[in-house]
Ligand binder design. Structure first.
Ligand SMILES: Cc1ncc(COP(=O)(O)O)c(C=O)c1O
Length: 434
């Protein structure tokens, strides 16, 4: 299997090259040349497998056997997907796909942990320096995924005093190959510093840099697997119904993975792309003009995105399949609707939603009334991550999962640096150039 650059189709890479490169020339995203198509019998057989074996089969279709043997791939997948995934049946034709039982309590653990194992596997010689900026959650996923990997050093920048103490503790207490730096500035300043590092000729020569960011094709390939897993957990008597997935969307990576699963042959009837009030896509699908507005902060803050970076991949999927983009349903949900959804959902089902999952459920609501559908909304974060907000909304105290309680007592090992590129450059040379 090869991957081509959407902006420059002459550039073709195999999986390991696309993984290491991240972004292609002309800022182009990599995309599979041919999405593998599976017949009904094969899909039936895949659905019988456990999650690791299922993932091993699916992912192997995107890799070259010369790059990695099936058994070796299984070892890496076993290490990456070492936590449960649950389709929680809430009502007869409604379920939440709980993707938040990983080490950092969010769906990102799937993509980032798989990417980490693959980078580690394909890089035996050089020391890779992963440099990334976080406004909270990505930092934790990256830190835990690469923790204690031998040939990989991780540096995470985050804005000083601008993330929650819980978020900070989750990734700033690990130590070993994970260094965290609080920058006296905001998230944009952190991103700017990272860009400066990647553009600095001297640092590029001295260090083997990678960003582990969300557009990496390896992260998407990992995410395809949980749509197949969701399907196999749907009660047998519901599988004859039309299966609908509602996906809380920011950068649209999650939806891209789902659409790839459908292209492969997984019988998904419909996707609903649920956004918060940052509604570039619902407006685009309705009116046909691309008109991103200034990003507005919302309760579902990880989805505060106006220019979704995976959108070109979605266009590519629709083009290749000859699907009509107008048929993609997409709704924008306000914060008020989000809060009301959380309250009503709890009153009806005694199930606590957090804001991102509430957005995906809210966009799905009308579907449930249809008798011939089975409806799945994606639960992308653990409600414990929003403890205070949930307390204020439902007057319920959520018990923190062990991973959070364990790190609260630990010492914060972060460095603090001024928002100044030359300080960061000195830090990198001092710590990583032998
Ligand atoms: C909790 C949560 N839900 C939903 C999303 C949106 O996912 P995507 O960016 O793949 O659309 C994110 C993105 O970071 C997230 O953190």
């Amino acid at each position: 299997m090869k991957f081509y650059n959407i902006n420059y189709s002459e550039e073709k890479k195999n999986f390991s090259q696309a993984l290491k490169k991240g972004l292609g020339q002309k800022q182009g995203l990599f995309f599979p040349i041919n999405i593998p198509k599976l017949n009904n019998k094969t899909i039936k057989n895949i659905l019988k497998l456990n999650f690791v074996d299922k993932s091993n089969y699916i992912i192997s279709l995107f890799l070259n056997k010369k790059e990695i043997l099936l058994d070796e791939l299984k070892i890496q997948i076993t290490k990456a997907f070492n936590f449960p995934i649950l389709l929680n049946l809430i009502d007869k034709n409604l379920a939440c796909l709980e993707l938040f039982h990983g080490p950092t309590l969010a769906f990102k653990d799937f993509g980032v942990r798989f990417m980490a194992q693959m980078l580690n596997f394909f890089n035996k010689k050089k020391k890779i320096v992963i440099l990334t900026a976080t406004s909270g959650d990505t930092g934790a996923a990256v830190a835990h995924a690469f923790y204690k990997m031998k040939n990989i050093e991780v540096i995470i920048l985050y804005p000083y005093k601008k993330i929650s103490i819980l978020q900070e503790k989750l990734f700033c207490t690990l130590g070993k190959n994970i260094k965290t730096i609080a920058i006296t500035g905001n998230f944009d300043d952190c991103q700017k510093l990272i860009k400066q590092v990647f553009n600095d000729k001297e640092l590029k020569k001295l260090l083997y840099l990678n960003s582990a960011n969300s557009i990496n094709i390896s992260r998407l390939i990992a995410q395809i697997c949980y749509y197949f897993e969701a399907f196999s957990q749907i009660p047998l008597n519901q599988r004859k119904n039309k299966i609908v997935f509602s996906v809380p969307s920011g950068n649209f990576g999650n939806l891209t993975a789902g659409l790839i699963a459908k292209t492969m042959g997984l019988p998904i009837h419909k996707f609903i792309a649920a956004t918060n009030i940052n509604d570039t896509i619902p407006r685009f699908l309705k009116k046909g003009n691309w008109n991103p507005k200034k990003t507005i902060p919302t309760l579902s803050n990880a989805m505060d995105v106006s220019i979704p970076n995976n959108w070109p991949r979605i266009i590519e999927i629709f083009k290749k399949n000859n699907w009509n983009l107008k048929k993609l349903e997409s709704y924008s949900i306000t914060d008020k609707q989000t809060t009301n959804t959380i309250i009503n959902f709890y009153n009806k089902y005694k199930y606590i939603l957090e804001p991102h999952s509430a957005v995906s459920f809210c966009a799905l609501k009308k579907q449930i009334l249809k008798r011939d559908t089975f409806n799945v909304f994606l639960g992308t974060a653990h409600p414990a991550k929003f403890q205070n907000y949930i307390y204020n909304t439902l007057h319920k105290k959520i018990l923190l999962p062990n991973i959070l309680t364990n790190c609260i007592e630990k010492k914060n090992l972060s460095y603090k640096l001024s928002n100044n590129f030359s300080y960061l450059k000195k830090f990198l040379i001092h710590n990583y150039v032998i």
